[in-house]
Design a protein around this ligand. Sequence first.
Ligand code: FVH
Length: 286
Amino acid sequence: MTNNPPVTVLGLGAMGRALARTLLAAGHPTTVWNRTPGKDDELVAAGAVRAATVADAVAAHRIVLACLLTNDTVDEVLTGVPLDGRILVNLTNGTPAQARALATAYGPDRYLDGGIMAVPPTIGGPHAFVLYSGSAPAYDEARPALETFGEARYLGADPGLAALHDIALLSGMYGMVGGVLHALALVRAAGVSATGFAPLLTRWLTAMAGGVGRYAAQLDAGEYGRDVVSNLGMQAAAWDNLTDTARAEGVDPRLLAPLGDLMRRRAADHPDEDLTGIVELLKETA
Ligand code: FVH
């Protein structure tokens, strides 16, 4: 086995093309396949081999990487295609349950699930990282190729672990984006330039991200009143200022409203806790 094992890439959307481009740049012989022709021209010019069919692409190399729209797509594309001992690295976004089902269907000893924590232009750069879980031998064998995409982090043998972490990270991101969009809409509605305001918002969010570790420690300990910096009662009392200001400027506060409702409910009985106490209200049985 060389340090540059050959790889097949199934799916040449924005992400699949970035992965294939990175593999080629690192010297991995790369075979590519995409449902719709024409997306591989740049890759073929850079040295990739174009496969006419999925079966041809899978037959070409032992490491088969899938980066398709959904896991239903992965199933659709691979149904009836013999994998014959191939390692399947699935970098398609999906749920932990889907990852476990795919591992069972395609062979737990040869299936590796991945969660890409990067956008296409950052693949291969210093900020990219990719989470993996599933077969450890498959990970070890594919690792030289996987490390070209960014930091490769193996989370364990349970194939669902990478998807769990991926989904949790995306959930954090979307929560933040909801707040960002609300804030930008608010200042714009009041006649303030969003571009001018953006550096302040970035500075504030970066500073507040420092609280994640404290929240995590409170949750792990189940002690929502430990090391409280800003108590929930105070925060709930100020909440109407956020929604009132939004409405006064003609901005619907629907992106924020659910958090305010939870804060008020929890603060009624636990005003001295930190924000973390509201997770008690997220339990399905609560
Ligand atoms: N792009 C991103 O920012 C994120 C970063 C984190 C990871 N995600 C996930 O990566 C998967 C692929 O995302 P993508 O950005 O490459 O997505 P698209 O550019 O939309 O390309 C989709 C590919 O899937 C193919 N495809 C769709 N449906 C079918 C089908 N029924 N049969 C065969 N192939 C199918 C599509 O082919 P085509 O439309 O060009 O023929 C593209 O190759 C995804 O899970 C993200 O959540 C990206």
